[in-house]
Design a protein around this ligand. Sequence first.
Ligand SMILES: [Ca+2]
Length: 312
Amino acid sequence: MFAGLNLKTRLALAFLAAAIAGFALFGDAGDPLPLRSQHYLWDLGHVLIGAGLVLGLHLLHPPLNRLRPLWRIALALAAGLAFGIASEWLQRQIGREASWRDVGLDVTGALLCEWLQLSRQAPRAATRRASAFAAACLALALPLPWLAYHADEQAQRDDFPILADGRQPFEAGRWDRAERLPPPGSDDPALKTCIAPGQFWAGASLRYFPVDWRGYRTLSYRVYLPGGQPLRLVLRIDDLEHKRRGYAYNDRYHASLMLKPGWNAFRLDLDKVLQTPGGRRMDAARIHHLRWFTPLRLARETCVFFDDLRLD
Ligand SMILES: [Ca+2]
């Protein structure tokens, strides 16, 4: 397919692919995106990166086109996986978030590109048809997460000022590590999150929620703690401005909570929450992050259930 291109054109195309990859991996999406659907659209850049990677390999080494189709698919899979894992590892090292979903999107792009090429180049008609079918399936699967996120965002707007109570099927994805499950002895779903042992500050975050809290006076929620031992947690709340101020410790709200086994109910005065220890008042129109974490290393994994998180 690229055999007719001279070396200069191939290098220029490879450079372009590398530049797009660099921007998508290390460019900043700007302010944290409050909507998961927007975040997913941004992450679709990984599909382009995976496709560009496979295209680049074929450009730089045209004899790859003569490999058997199965080898070409295996090579695209391996290239997408290796690149995805390496780039996520690298992002983790520089303090950015790594995600398996992004690795999946890198691999999807790599396979999509290879199957599209095979749908035109494979020697056998049956292989060309199967490759076109596989490429179409992958391409059709890509919008599905976006549709689920979009539906959940509509549900969030309808339910507000309820922020979390397990009623919506895609609710767990609003959290950093939570499952939608009823606590023992109940059939009302809540958000279950498990805190890993041996790690300082391990916990769970609510990441996607309506951020404009103006006009509300209290934040209330319930937490179910199974087992016989009490558990100390810290609740942290910050606004978007907090990021610009370098996440200074005295620029956010902290509250120490002692959970006893069974249900625990909390109600916070938002006026007190918005006043930071550093003297600044948080921007109630742009609340950014809620996190519950352990201030101590736990001896064993401990799970809790959050329910009825709402503003009033
Ligand atoms: Ca519930």
